[in-house]
Ligand binder design. Structure first.
Ligand SMILES: Cc1cc2nc3c(=O)[nH]c(=O)nc-3n(C[C@H](O)[C@H](O)[C@H](O)COP(=O)(O)O)c2cc1C
Length: 181
């Protein structure tokens, strides 16, 4: 295995699910996001201060995180290469959504799951800010979720990002279950 201390891009954790981050009526895709705590339910998103979304996140007290399937890769590319500063993305890209109930953000109609997050904490880490949200309302399509509240691998082809504009999804036939001892 080759070693280097010249770190540069260290994106070997890809592929990662793309989350669509919504504030007010603006949407941007994010590949850098993570669950943080189960109780309380905390979710983190990493946002560069260059983004319009960052400005909105500073002003508002919440945001939405929507998960859509891989058929939305083009939408990810479109909303990830335009800024809400100059483009009304929901109009420009015909995005249908409803207003979230507990925070000021959109819930994309095509989402198979979405979180409404109240702003819980914000910290700067290098060139990104970690916005931690407390999930106060969970949306999910009942027909794609199994009894353990997990996404059914046969019903959803998640949108995974592999870096450099490459999208990929899962192969349900590859599912393996290895019980923990
Ligand atoms: C697949 C994908 C993943 C991205 N992930 C992030 C991310 O995690 N954090 C971030 O700050 N920007 C990320 N971006 C860039 C923003 O989505 C992009 O700059 C967007 O145009 C910002 O929109 P806004 O100015 O309306 O906020 C990503 C872009 C793409 C296409």
């Amino acid at each position: 295995m080759k070693k280097t201390s010249n770190i540069g891009k260290y994106y070997y954790c890809f592929p990662q699910t793309v989350a669509m981050i919504g504030v007010q009526t603006n949407i941007m895709p994010a590949a850098w996001h993570t669950p943080i705590s189960a109780e309380p339910p905390l979710y983190g998103i990493l946002i560069s201060p260059k983004r319009y979304t960052y400005e909105l996140l500073i002003k508002e007290n919440g945001f939405t995180v929507c998960f859509v399937d891989v058929s939305h890769a083009q939408l990810s590319a479109q909303t990830g290469s335009t800024s809400g500063r100059t483009v009304d993305k929901t109009k420009a890209f015909n995005i249908t959504y409803t207003q979230a109930e507990r925070v000021n953000g959109p819930i994309l109609q095509d989402s198979y799951a979405a979180y409404e997050c109240e702003k819980f904490d914000v910290k700067e880490y290098g060139d990104h800010f970690l916005f931690v949200g407390k999930i106060v309302l969970l949306h999910f399509q009942e027909n794609v979720v199994n009894e353990n509240r997990l996404t059914n691998e046969k019903k959803i082809a998640p949108m995974l990002y592999f870096g450099k504009d490459r999208y990929i999804t899962t192969d349900p036939s590859s599912l393996a279950i290895h019980k923990r001892s």
